[in-house]
Design a protein around this ligand. Structure first.
Ligand code: SAH
Length: 324
């Protein structure tokens, strides 16, 4: 017979039933659901929730955590292996949770440090970029729309027969260069009308140039359209806008897609206007604002002749992802 553990021998409460079905009946409804998932038995019919009927107190968080570890260990070998990785279902669940936590930590770090700190850290540990983007891609899958698509549609409207040469686009904080990939597929009169420069902290492909976007390797006045798609992340946000102003041509435009809550405050409707005013002080006039989407705002600006204020600083609220 297996040796009893210390907790079991000192436990004065009646012995728990070893029968698994009986044990499940003692769990709360949400716990039974969780456990069924972990054990890969989602398809089994749910048992009636008898815990309330039996007047059982809900378990304390620490009790639940301890129990979870115990049960997870016991079930690990039972999980069906993932054919690709050879990991059990349970190991896959833990990996997904770990990857989600890493993403949330890195995301918060990017929003709450200066871009030079982020650049130093990401360029010396490029695996952080991979970890961040694994989580980011997962988030994108759950969004009703991806703002990259909305920006591509807007940029197509810049195509005109009268323009000599290509439309030069600079994508600041491009991630996996999805924007460049989509724009380079566009054809007008049998040619692609776009030339795209894509910048990020780490170059994930040949399309991307690694740099801190507050200092991009482009000549002043060389770009037609600047893009910040969900990338205004560091605390020195004004530096990014000043850099866009520097590289844009005099008639250049800037498109910003951001999470609305970063600039809006439910209790104060004027907070979005604060950002519009900041853009004006940084040399941009807002010509179009689209707030029809619940999550994202799309802003189109024109470069003005007024040079950006040199010492203006601005930080938007961080976009912190919650654990699901
Ligand atoms: N624009 C892409 C990626 C958005 S995620 C898309 O919409 O799919 C935000 C990206 O901004 C990340 O890839 C992050 O690495 C990048 N980023 C944040 N701060 C940066 C900085 N200072 N310089 C360059 N890239 C930055």
């Amino acid at each position: 017979m297996a040796k009893r553990t210390h907790t079991e021998t000192t436990d004065k409460a009646p012995k728990p039933k070893t029968n698994e079905g009986a044990k499940e009946e003692q769990w709360s409804k949400s716990k039974r659901k969780r456990m069924r998932k972990l054990k890969g038995r989602e398809h089994e019919p749910k048992k009636a929730d008898t815990s309330r009927r039996n007047n059982q107190k809900p378990k304390k968080d620490t009790e639940q955590r301890n129990e979870k570890v115990h049960i997870d260990e016991r079930n690990e070998p039972k999980g069906r292996p993932n054919k690709k990785t050879g990991s059990s279902r349970l190991q896959e669940t833990f990996k997904a949770r770990l990857s989600g936590s890493r993403f949330r930590i890195l995301n918060e770090e990017l929003y709450t440090t200066t871009s030079s700190t982020a650049y130093d850290r990401f360029s010396s540990n490029p695996e952080l970029y991979q970890q961040y983007h694994e989580g980011f891609r997962h988030q994108v899958e759950n969004w009703p729309i991806n703002p990259v698509g909305s920006i591509v549609n807007r940029l197509k409207s810049h195509i005109s027969d009268g323009k000599a040469g290509k439309i030069v686009v600079a994508d600041f904080g491009c991630g996996d260069a999805e924007l460049a990939k989509q724009l380079l597929k566009v054809q007008h009169k049998k040619k692609c009308p776009f030339k795209v420069h894509s910048f990020d902290l780490v170059a994930s492909s040949d399309l991307v140039t690694a740099c801190d976007m507050s200092d991009v390797p482009l000549e002043k006045g060389s770009v037609d359209v600047g893009i910040f798609c969900l990338s205004l992340m560091g605390t020195n946000l004004a530096d990014f806008i000043r850099e866009a102003w520097r590289v844009l041509k005099d008639d250049g435009s800037l498109h910003i897609a951001e999470v609305r809550s970063r600039f809006e405050d439910k209790s104060d409707k004027d907070t979005f206007q604060n950002f519009v005013d900041v853009l004006a002080d940084l040399g941009f006039e807002c010509v179009k604002t689209d707030r029809s989407n619940k999550m994202f705002v799309l802003i189109e600006c024109k470069k003005t002749g007024k040079a950006p204020k040199k010492d203006l600083e601005f930080t938007a609220k961080p976009c912190i992802y919650k654990r699901r």
